[in-house]
Design a protein around this ligand. Structure first.
Ligand SMILES: Cc1ncc(COP(=O)(O)O)c(C=O)c1O
Length: 421
C-alpha cells in the first residue's frame, strides 16, 4: 500500500526533489485528487470537482463495470499474445466492427505514442518514403520519432517532417487539401519521398477543428494520389466522444490506411492499438515481427471490452451528442453576452472555446484563458487550455455528462467571465 500525505505543500516539495523537471502541474493552486466516481473528482479535503477536462475516463471515473472486468481478469489470468486466448480476438472483432476498414486487422500496444510510432514505422516500411505531414501544433506522443512529429512539445521536428497550418475556422478548413498538396510539392522539391500524413481528427492541440464535416477528404485524396498513407490519430476523438460516430475520421467520410487509438480505450488503464487494412500490415510484416509484451495482455483486453460494452449499453454516443449540443447552445448564448468568446468549435463532448483579449482587464487571449481555467477550478469545474497561443478553452468531460452537469459548467463559466478572478 502507498501512503497518502495530507499536505499538498509537502507533496510539492517532494515532487521537486524526486521527479524530473519535465513534469508540469495544472492550475495555480495544484490539486491533490484522491478519488473519483462518474463525472466527479474529489480532493484531499473532500471537495468535489466536475471533471470537464479528462477525456480518458470516457465512461466516467472508476466505472463499476470496467473495474469489475479489470479486477476479475487480474485475479484469473494476465498474460500476453503468444498464447491462444479469447479476449484479444473479441476486442479486435468489436473494434473492427466499428471501424469499417476493408479486411481490417489490429495490433495492440500500451500507449497512444507506441501506436503512432508503429503506424509511422509501417507507413515508412510500406511506402519506402521517409516524409510525413503533420499539422503545425500537433501532438502525437513521446517516442523519439513521434516527439519529432509533436511540435506542441516544443522540440525540433524530426527528419522529413513537414507541417501544414491547422484547419482552424471554415476558410482554413476548406483550403486544407490545397495546403497539403502544396506541402507535398515542397517535399518533392526537397527530394523527400512521402510516407504519409498523420493527423488527430479533432486537431485537439491545434485548438479543436471539427467543421465543416468532410474537409479532411480532399487532403487524404492528395496524400493517396502522391503514394502516401493516411493515419487517423483517434487517441483523442475516438470511442464516441464526437457523438456522431465512434471515430473522428468517420465524420469526414474517409477510410484511413491506419487508425491509432488509446487513452479512453481502457478508461484509465493503459491499452492502445493500431488498426488497418490487412494488406498494409502484410507488407510491413514481411520478414519482420512485432511483439509488445503488454500490448494485448488479458487484463487490458478485458478492460477495453468492458469500456465498449458500457459505451453501447449506456448509449453514450447519443448522450455525447445531446449533452454536447446543450453545451454548445449554452456556450453560444454566453458568447452573446461575453465578447471575449470569439468562437465555439467542436463536436459532441469535445469542445474548444476560442477566447480573445479582454478589453476590460487588458488581458491577452492566453492570459484570459489561464484566468478562466483557474477561476473555474476555484468554482469546482475542471477545464483546460489548448491551441498554439493557449487561448482556447478545452472542454472534454466523460461521456456520461448529464444536463445538470452541463448547466453547472455553464454557470461556473458565466460567473468566471463576469468576475475579475
Ligand atoms: C492526439 C494524441 N495522440 C497520441 C497521444 C499519445 O498518447 P499516450 O500519452 O497514451 O502515449 C496523445 C496524448 O496526449 C494525443 O493527444
Amino acid at each position: 500500500m502507498t501512503t497518502s500525505s495530507a499536505d499538498p505543500g509537502s507533496l510539492l516539495a517532494r515532487r521537486a526533489r524526486l521527479l524530473a523537471p519535465t513534469y508540469q502541474l495544472f492550475y495555480e493552486q495544484p490539486l491533490q485528487l484522491v478519488r473519483a466516481a462518474g463525472v466527479w473528482m474529489y480532493d484531499q479535503a473532500g471537495r468535489r470537482y466536475l471533471d470537464a477536462y479528462n477525456n480518458v475516463p470516457v465512461v466516467g471515473h472508476c466505472h463499476p463495470r470496467v473495474v469489475a472486468a479489470l479486477t476479475h481478469q487480474a485475479r484469473t489470468l494476465n498474460t500476453h499474445t503468444r498464447y491462444l486466448a479469447e479476449q484479444p480476438l473479441q476486442l479486435a472483432e468489436q473494434l473492427l466492427a466499428t471501424l469499417s476498414l476493408p479486411d481490417g486487422r489490429v495490433i495492440f500496444t500500451c500507449t497512444g505514442s507506441e501506436a503512432n510510432d508503429l503506424a509511422v514505422r509501417i507507413a515508412k516500411g510500406v511506402t519506402g518514403g521517409r516524409g510525413f505531414i503533420i499539422t503545425e501544433f500537433a501532438y502525437h506522443g513521446v517516442t523519439d520519432a513521434i516527439a519529432g512529429m509533436s511540435p506542441e512539445d516544443g522540440g525540433p521536428l524530426g527528419p522529413g517532417v513537414y507541417t501544414v497550418a491547422a484547419p482552424l475556422g471554415p476558410q482554413r478548413a476548406a483550403s486544407f487539401g490545397e495546403r497539403v498538396r502544396e506541402c507535398i510539392g515542397r517535399m518533392q522539391a526537397d527530394g523527400v519521398g512521402l510516407a504519409g500524413m498523420l493527423v488527430d481528427t479533432i486537431f485537439s492541440s491545434d485548438g479543436v477543428c471539427a467543421e465543416p464535416r468532410g474537409f479532411l477528404a480532399d487532403a487524404v485524396n492528395a496524400v493517396h494520389a502522391a503514394g502516401g498513407l493516411f493515419i487517423a490519430d483517434e487517441v483523442q476523438p475516438g470511442f464516441g466522444r464526437l457523438g456522431e460516430a465512434m471515430w473522428g475520421f468517420q465524420r469526414h467520410g474517409i477510410v484511413p490506411d491506419l487508425v491509432t487509438m488509446g487513452k479512453p480505450m481502457g478508461n484509465g488503464h493503459p491499452v492502445a492499438a493500431v488498426a488497418g487494412r490487412s494488406e498494409v500490415f502484410a507488407q510491413f510484416a514481411r520478414g519482420r515481427r512485432y511483439f509488445n509484451t503488454y500490448g494485448g495482455n488479458s487484463v487490458s483486453c478485458a478492460t477495453a471490452l468492458a469500456v465498449l460494452e458500457v459505451i453501447s449499453a449506456e448509449q453514450l454516443l447519443e448522450n455525447a451528442r445531446h449533452s454536447g449540443a446543450q453545451l454548445q447552445r449554452g456556450l453560444r448564448a454566453l458568447a452573446q453576452r461575453h465578447s471575449v468568446i470569439r468562437e465555439v468549435r467542436g463536436a459532441g463532448l469535445f469542445l474548444g472555446v476560442q477566447l480573445g483579449a479582454n478589453p476590460a482587464s487588458g488581458l491577452s487571449g492566453a492570459a484570459e484563458t489561464r484566468r478562466i481555467v483557474n477561476g473555474m477550478c476555484r468554482r469546482g469545474v475542471l477545464v483546460g487550455a489548448t491551441g498554439r497561443d493557449g487561448d482556447v478553452l478545452k472542454i472534454r468531460p466523460p461521456l456520461t455528462l448529464e444536463a445538470q452537469h452541463a448547466e453547472l459548467l455553464l454557470t461556473a463559466l458565466d460567473q468566471t467571465l463576469q468576475s475579475a478572478t
